[in-house]
Design a protein around this ligand. Structure first.
Ligand SMILES: C[S@@+](CC[C@H](N)C(=O)[O-])C[C@H]1O[C@@H](n2cnc3c(N)ncnc32)[C@H](O)[C@@H]1O
Length: 330
């Protein structure tokens, strides 16, 4: 059947991909990545939106792209090939806290840029079968790498109620965490949870009726919390960020996009800790080896413009922070 046949179904097209804060990210990375042979690590390759923009802009740039999701790597590889950049790119299946091992295996001593665009990709969110979405029924999975680790169902069905409540309260900032955990505990005794829809419905029923109508879908915070726990997102970030700073050459830049306050706090504190002079105040002058390792490039967490928000509502909670390495470690 030809594609002009009016009765033919539309062919499946890849969703249009809108990288968050694209212009600002490429602007922040450009000074470090312009030279021939510069190496940029995209620690969260996703659909390679940011990476492709950097490869297009800097013909001498090499890219090391990490993603723990095999589907993301495959789709990114297709897009990179279609853009004609394959020979400058190495894709690596890895969780980004493995960065030091990855670079050692590739024989790379230092890099000029590291980009983190945290969280899940539109590919993951738009594929209901991955179990990230509370608005479609699917297996309760939420693993970014579907081949490794515990699923959300295993956590929901096995964590003691107190631990479950802690996860929901801390990672989801859910004020009804204990009520939801108690409801889960009662329900799972009847029948273990296997699907997103049953969990989403239970959360809706567990919270007070008056609050159901405010603040978006009632299960949003529970799903965020479980996703963070399933993928150990904060633990991985806490380990990876210092490793990324260590890997930077002098003049190299680290750029991080976060999507919620817990991530943003880790990034803010880690970068700030390396941007201070540690010379004791009683010393007569600054000691170069105790001086700052980083220079902050952003003032606070920068948000997307109103224009970008109008075009891409997913950018609403995005914040970017960036820093430049200004000296070698002592
Ligand atoms: C927000 S998307 C990145 C989108 C990308 N910047 C683009 O423009 O297409 C995040 C991606 O990073 C991956 N990811 C998240 N955390 C990761 C981690 N700790 N290690 C490796 N990959 C991770 C996810 O699987 C997802 O594909």
């Amino acid at each position: 059947m030809s594609s002009t046949d009016a009765a033919a179904p539309e062919p499946a097209r890849p969703p249009v991909h809108v990288p968050v804060l694209l212009e600002r990210i490429t602007e922040l990375l450009a000074p470090a990545c312009a030279a021939d042979g510069a190496v940029l690590v995209d620690a969260t390759l996703g659909l390679a939106g940011h990476s492709l923009a950097m490869l297009d802009a800097h013909p001498g740039l090499r890219l090391v792209g990490l993603d723990r999701d095999p589907e993301a790597r495959a789709e990114a590889a297709r897009r990179i090939e279609a853009a004609g950049h394959t020979d400058r790119v190495t894709l690596v299946p890895a969780v980004f806290d493995e960065l030091p091992d990855v670079l050692a295996r590739l024989g790379i001593d230092e890099v000029q840029g590291v980009l983190f665009d945290l969280g899940v990709s539109s590919l993951q969110l738009d594929r209901p079968d991955r179990g990230f979405s509370y608005s479609a029924d699917a297996p309760l999975d939420m693993r970014m790498n579907p081949e490794a680790g515990r699923t959300a169902a295993e956590i929901v069905n096995t964590y003691p109620p107190k631990e479950l409540a802690r996860v929901l309260r801390v990672y989801g900032e859910e004020r009804f965490a204990s009520r939801i955990a108690a409801a889960i505990d009662r329900e799972r005794a009847r029948e273990p949870f296997t699907s997103t829809a049953r969990l989403a419905e239970l959360v809706r029923e567990a919270i007070p009726a008056a609050t159901r109508r405010t603040g978006g879908h009632p299960a949003k915070r529970t799903f965020q919390a479980l996703r963070i726990e399933v993928n150990d997102e904060l633990g991985v970030l806490e380990r990876a960020l210092p490793a990324a700073v260590d890997a930077l050459a002098v003049g190299g830049r680290v750029v991080v996009i976060t999507f919620h306050s817990l991530e943003d706090r880790i990034v803010k504190q880690t970068l700030a800790a390396d941007a201070v002079d540690r010379t004791p105040p009683e010393f007569p002058m600054p000691v170069p080896e105790l001086g700052p390792v980083l220079r902050l490039l952003t003032r606070g967490g920068e948000a997307a413009s109103d224009e970008e928000l109008a075009a891409n509502p997913r950018a609403a909670s995005a914040r970017v922070r960036a820093a430049e390495r200004i000296r070698r470690a002592a």
